[in-house]
Write a protein that binds this ligand. Structure first.
Ligand SMILES: Nc1ncnc2c1ncn2[C@@H]1O[C@H](COP(=O)(O)O)[C@@H](OP(=O)(O)O)[C@H]1O
Ligand SMILES: [Mg+2]
Length: 426
């Protein structure tokens, strides 16, 4: 946020150029510190009062699972809440992406799509925070997330904040689950619920409000990625991928034989992984592919060459004997696709000096491991999400099924060694 919102202020996006949306005629919430207190329309009831529960059936996921009820799986309430939160945020993201793609923003001389990206990052984070606070009825709330409100609190960001506020309130009104409207101060406070540092103790939500920003702006893949850490371990994860087909990507170039768009992957520790539509179709169990011969394997990697060393991943694939060309897509949609067997391997090798953040991998990693896969760093170590906002990984991150992992690790080690011994270009 700090790096992006500073660039927001030129009215360069379709959103900024268009007249402001009509304000919703709702009373606004009062300021609060700490945990946000969203106020229900025509009510001053505090958050979590039964008076707050929506009267009508929510059109998206119903998140009314009860935590810890007899016979219910672990984290059932949290999982239901996370699905609801991600589906709500996805609704906002889809609206904004359509506006971007219909506008001439990508061809503007000042090329400032980053402006729009900020609307949607903040809006998505606010909606996730709000939904989690509404749905999870016990314990304190802690969230590790990408955005903070610092730049949005500047006077110069007033117009942007107003747009974000409208966008969030319109999404809430369209969804209809909560009769709530947020003021600008409510938006700022909700963003700042994501300031936690995480760590090895307690529970922390981990959110990437839009993972794959570049893909989002290009009209490609992106994901809303939400995970829950409990005592340093990822115990559940939800990935909302609005542009990923619900059916498998059959020909591995991003298209699918099915025609329904939007996939929501989820996993709870010890309970397996599932996929369903963003509107909440019956969940289907998923598992990684069973390929054990690399000749038949394909591999996913970042679309962006700045995010991974395509030369190194090419060399790994060659050593392993993979014949298919890389499947390059943005975001943690790669983890989702891998988890349901659309491809066999995910390779990620950032350029020197880059530090991975936990929100870029927490949800994706548990979806893959619960689907029977393995996710490690380049040395075969498990990813450790308990060290705060960053991951301490050796060189890169790899994921595949259990059969292929030993030979993949060998190829990774060989390719890294070879690259380190190669003469550096003058
Ligand atoms: N130089 C870099 N190397 C590796 N990853 C980077 C990077 N710069 C940004 N990223 C991360 O790569 C993520 C996107 O991954 P992918 O390439 O798989 O789509 C970004 O998430 P955001 O888009 O949420 O910022 C960002 O966190
Ligand atoms: Mg990200």
């Amino acid at each position: 946020m700090a790096s992006r919102v500073g660039l927001l202020l030129a009215p360069s996006s379709s959103l900024a150029r268009n007249p402001p949306r009509a304000r919703l005629p709702y009373p606004l919430p009062s300021h609060h510190l700490g945990r946000p207190t969203y106020r229900r329309f025509a009510s001053s009831a505090p958050l979590r009062s039964p008076l707050w529960w929506p009267r009508q059936a929510p059109p998206l996921f119903s998140a009314r699972a009860m935590s810890g009820s007899a016979g219910s799986p672990p984290y059932a309430a949290e999982l239901a809440a996370a699905k609801k939160a991600v589906a709500l945020a996805a609704r906002l993201c889809q609206t904004v992406q359509q506006e971007i793609l219909q506008s001439d923003i990508q061809s503007k001389a000042d090329k400032s799509p980053v402006t729009v990206a900020d609307y949607v990052h903040v809006g998505s984070q606010v909606l996730v925070s709000l939904a989690l606070n509404m749905e999870v009825t016990s314990g304190s709330f802690s969230m590790v997330a990408e955005e903070d409100s610092e730049d949005l609190r500047k006077d110069s960001a007033e117009e942007i904040l107003e747009h974000i506020t409208d966008l969030v309130n319109e999404t809430l009104a369209e969804d209809g689950s909560y009769n709530i409207t947020l003021s600008k101060e409510g938006i700022l406070s909700a963003i700042d619920t994501g300031k936690s540092e995480g760590g090895p103790s307690g529970r922390h939500w981990v959110l990437d409000p839009i993972d794959g920003t570049k893909g989002f702006l290009r009209g490609g893949q992106y994901a809303i990625a939400l995970a829950l850490l409990d005592e340093g371990k990822v115990v559940l994860g939800v990935l909302g991928c609005p542009n990923l087909p619900l059916a498998s990507i059959s020909n591995l170039n991003g298209s699918s034989c099915g025609d329904q768009m939007g996939a929501l992957f989820s996993a709870t520790v010890g309970c397996g992984a599932e996929v369903e539509s963003l509107e909440g179709s019956p969940p289907q169990k998923i598992s990684v592919c069973t390929i054990d011969n690399p000749v038949n394997a394909s591999f996913f990697e970042s679309y962006e060459g700045a995010h991974t060393m395509h030369d190194l991943t090419g060399s790994i694939a060659e050593k392993l004997g993979v014949q298919a060309p890389p499947v390059r897509i943005d975001s943690q949609a790669k983890y989702g696709a891998l988890a349901r067997g659309d491809g066999a391997i995910y390779l990620r090798f950032p350029h020197k000096g880059y530090k991975e953040k936990i929100w870029d991998h927490a949800a994706g990693a548990i979806v893959v491991t619960e689907a029977g896969g393995v996710v490690t760093d380049a040395s075969g170590n498990d990813l450790d999400f308990s060290k705060g906002r960053f991951l301490d990984v050796d060189t890169g991150i790899i994921a595949t099924n259990k059969q292929l992992m030993p030979s993949l690790l060998k190829s990774v080690q060989e390719a890294i060694k070879e690259k380190s011994q190669a003469p550096s270009p003058l």
